[in-house]
Design a binder for this molecule. Structure first.
Ligand code: GLN
Length: 543
């Protein structure tokens, strides 16, 4: 069987769920018995997402190999359970860097190196590499942004070349947005028609349109779109807003999207196994109670808007854990800077069944978070600190329990004598030499778990492997006194003697991890610590 490639491109505007559509497409093909993998191509010149501000770009997803990637790789992992690594993530920067490297090595044998075809050829080479590594029957490749953007052109050219070389093995899906102006009361297809024409002008014909919008797309407009865009009539797939992203694969399946796509690719399958998805959606729809989880983070606000995308894997991991307990979740965004202004605001923390302090960088909001953590610790509200959150939990404990009033982190005060969180010489060199890109402690490392601790019982194993993205570390000088006062080190990286998990004695759940457990969670395999945190939060809810 020939290997197959499905390109997913966007029309009209971005952020309408192209990533979920690409993840769902892969999940459908998987449920039909095929081996799949996903690739995300991002148009920016950055080598990776690690150097982009979270409020600009959303979360930086970290792969097991340490790749700092676009958050869509998280969607792919959550939907297909396939591990995404550097090979599944392509940026304009990587492509040019490789072409220029080869040119400097005389690898083009004296030929001149041209933007076309050498740049598209490098994109194609990367697509095949990812396919080969996963031994995938079908590779789903998503292009960031929308067609018509200047920077997408060379990626579209790569896709066009692949279609030309393998006409029967390549298909195109256009995920487009259909506005629904309230004063009109109908969905408008014209912007999508223009998007498809723009794709045509790059030499590409869409095989499918996934029609995103507030509402279900009616037959009349489907027919109109198919006719105007040169598509088979039943190749326009309706994709209305749904309460949960995990309903999307089944919503596509009931429109026979999987069968139609297989036919377009010249594939057939007797397999059709959607029971896991059906069970998941049933669980989501039949939650017994709702737990209120506060997210104590600073990357929400962009202008007048709130952007939950900065913590997408955290939010998804909480949902997965909730469903494992037949709960639903209500999130609230807690702005730590409010506590800096007024202590009275701390009372509001009582409203939450549990609080998470996710990853973060720099000093903004830190004093507010520290105040909140003291309150949470003393009032015995279930708490889960992730990376930055774990570091701040240690600092709060050092200040208010150990009496080290000026306890801080080297990230906040590089000169301080009370660095509970410090920097190792190797990382210090990176910072001093401004070597920021891809130099943090990244990817999966083993964590040895302390027997009998809450976290060890939650994992049910002696060892875990979790993903990291940080530069600073717990300073072992303070380990003994901290443990003696009740904040126990219950997870350790033995190779380098690094503190990985702390856990408070005599508290329903007060845990901080130096790693990011959220990246390991999928709806079919919730992460154990999130599960235990939700368990404690749900008990708090019932109190
Ligand atoms: N800023 C901290 C560090 O670099 C924590 C990073 C994070 O939360 N991902 O160590």
């Amino acid at each position: 069987m020939n290997k197959k490639f499905v390109f997913v491109v966007g029309g009209v505007m971005s952020s309408v769920g192209k990533g979920i559509a690409a993840a769902s497409t892969a999940a459908l093909l998987q449920a039909r018995g095929f081996k799949v993998t996903n690739i995300k191509c991002d148009m920016y010149v950055n080598i990776d997402a690690g150097t982009i501000r979270p409020t600009e770009h959303g979360e930086v997803f970290v792969g097991v190999d340490g790749v700092e990637a676009d958050q869509d790789l998280g969607n792919y992992e959550r939907f297909t359970g396939q591990s995404m690594t550097a090979i599944n993530y392509v940026t304009t920067g990587q492509v040019y860097q490789e072409v220029i490297r080869r040119e400097r090595n005389l690898e083009y044998g004296g030929e001149d190196v041209e933007v076309v075809p050498d740049i598209p050829n490098e994109i194609i080479r990367r697509i095949y590499l990812a396919q080969e590594k996963a031994a995938a029957d079908v590779t789903v490749i998503e292009f960031g942004g929308t067609v018509g953007e200047y920077q997408v052109l060379l990626f579209l050219e790569a896709a066009r070349m692949m279609k030309l070389q393998h006409p029967d093995d390549v298909a195109f899906i256009m995920v487009s947005y259909l506005p629904y102006p309230k004063y009109l009361g109908e969905m408008k297809t014209k912007p999508t028609q223009f998007a498809v024409r723009t794709l045509n002008s790059a030499g590409i014909q869409a095989d499918f349109i996934i029609a995103r919008g507030e509402k279900e797309l009616d037959e009349k407009r489907k027919k109109n779109l198919a006719y105007m865009c040169n598509l088979k009539e039943d190749h326009v797939i309706s994709a209305p807003d749904l309460p949960s992203i995990y309903e999307v694969p089944l919503a596509f399946h009931v429109q026979n999207f999987d069968t139609k796509l297989l036919k377009t690719l010249g594939l057939t399958s007797q397999v059709s196994n959607f029971s896991a998805w059906e069970k998941l959606v049933h669980t989501i729809k039949h939650a017994q109670e709702t737990v209120k989880i506060g997210i104590l983070g600073k990357y929400f606000k962009t202008g007048d808007f709130t952007l939950a995308d900065s913590y997408i894997s955290v939010l998804e991991a909480v949902k997965h854990a909730c469903w494992a307990h037949d709960c639903a979740v209500a999130f609230a965004w807690i702005d730590p800077e409010e506590f800096e202004e007024n202590d009275k605001n701390l009372e509001e923390l009582k409203k939450y069944d549990g609080v998470i302090c996710p990853g973060g960088f720099g000093s903004r909001g830190v004093e507010g978070i520290l105040k909140a953590l003291k309150y949470i610790r003393e009032k015995k509200i279930p708490f889960f600190g992730l990376c930055h959150g774990m570091q701040l939990a240690c600092i709060e404990f050092a200040r208010n329990v150990l009496g080290i009033n000026k306890a801080t982190s080297a990230e906040i005060d590089a000169e301080s004598a009370d660095q509970i969180i410090h920097i190792n010489p190797h990382q210090l060199k990176n910072v001093q030499n401004k070597k920021y890109g891809g130099t943090m402690r990244l990817g999966s490392y083993d964590v040895a778990l302390k027997k009998g601790s809450i976290v060890q019982q939650a994992y049910g194993t002696e060892k875990a492997s979790e993903r990291h993205r940080h530069r600073y570390e717990f300073n072992n000088v303070y380990r003994e006194s901290m443990e003696a006062a009740g904040l126990k080190v219950v997870g350790l990286n033995k190779e380098n003697d690094l503190v990985e998990i702390v856990e408070l004695a005599n508290h329903p759940f007060y845990v901080g991890t130096q790693f990011h457990p959220e990246f390991e969670s999928t709806p079919f395999k919730p992460q154990p610590l999130f599960k235990e945190f939700i368990n404690a939060s749900s008990m708090n809810n019932k109190r």
